[in-house]
Write a protein that binds this ligand. Structure first.
Ligand code: ATP
Ligand code: ZN
Length: 213
């Protein structure tokens, strides 16, 4: 039986359009946006799964998918043992700490003894440990930036791109802890046939990227 690569992409969100576009530019055709969970390519031995981004590293680890596209932030936060095989250069953002605009900031040690709300407890915890800062981390799954105004935390650690969300919630960005872009991840072990398909795909991705630079 011939191999088919299973590739997990974000169903709908900040990674989706550029991910779909990348395969299109690689000459790999498939349907998306039809509401289906799965789509088979008509001209490359690949099938695409459309999922929430947070679930993609786990599916790749478990072998439900061979490849996936996620933000580095999600790949590192979930800590799944998958390989990063290529950086894709889109969905660039940063993970930053922000505090109320009126609060004093003399450096990262200002966070000692404070409560920080975030959806990235592992990334933040590792960063603070590396800086020798002891703070309380409150994991919340969304709307992190409102935490200070409702008295839940004195600081937040969240994804920032333009900074306008922070500004409109009365916050100021004080420290960037991680810079992220979309990456292609793969299962730790791929058989020879699938590895050959991954190599073929990577060759095309690199050619598309080279043509843009
Ligand atoms: P899902 O519904 O799939 O769980 P989500 O709401 O968790 O989606 P998105 O907001 O679509 O996630 O973001 C997906 C990824 O895109 C983030 O993990 C990050 O890597 C990147 N990203 C987030 N915000 C931005 C931004 N403002 N600009 C560019 N890239 C971003
Ligand atoms: Zn998500």
């Amino acid at each position: 039986m011939s191999s088919v690569l299973r590739i997990a992409l974000q169903k709908s969100g900040r990674l989706s359009e550029d991910s779909y576009q990348l395969f299109k530019e690689c000459g790999i055709r498939f349907d998306y946006g039809t509401g289906k969970l799965k789509s088979v390519s008509s001209n490359f031995p690949a099938e695409f799964l459309f999922l929430r981004d947070d679930d993609i590293p786990g599916y790749v680890e478990d072998g439900v998918a061979d490849l996936g596209i996620v933000g580095e932030n999600v790949a590192v936060e979930t800590g799944r043992p998958v390989q990063t095989i290529h950086k894709l250069g889109f969905s660039k953002c940063r993970l930053s700490i922000a505090i109320s605009r009126g609060s004093d900031w003399t450096g990262i040690e200002s966070l000692n003894g404070k409560n920080i709300a975030t959806s990235y407890p592992n990334l933040l915890g590792n960063y603070l440990a590396g800086q020798g800062v002891k703070a309380e981390i409150h994991e919340i799954s969304g709307s992190v930036e409102i935490a200070p105004s409702i008295g839940l935390a004195e600081a937040v650690c969240d994804i920032v791109s333009s900074g306008s969300t922070l500004l409109s919630n009365g916050l100021k960005e004080v420290e960037t802890i991680f810079r992220s872009e979309a990456i292609l991840i793969a299962r730790a072990e791929l058989d020879e046939d699938k590895q050959a398909l991954v190599d073929k795909l990577l060759f095309r991705i690199k050619a598309v990227q080279a043509a843009k630079n």
